[in-house]
Design a protein. Structure first.
Length: 58
């Protein structure tokens, strides 16, 4: 679906993370904008301290 839209063969509906680069480079356009899907992401980490995990979670 995304490949077809990138090739100019039509439109598609896709989540923002899937089209972020395409929108920013102008390969695709968000003609009607984006709607918040209500999904949230959670990052779990081990109890022991890890600098990189802390940076990611912040």
């Amino acid at each position: 679906m995304l490949d077809a839209a990138r090739a100019g063969l039509g439109a598609c509906a896709a989540p923002w993370p899937y089209v972020f680069d395409d929108i920013n480079t102008g390969r695709l356009a968000a003609s009607f904008g984006f709607v918040d899907g209500g999904h949230h992401y959670v990052a779990l980490r081990r109890a022991r301290r890890n600098r990189k995990a802390n940076i990611f979670c912040e």
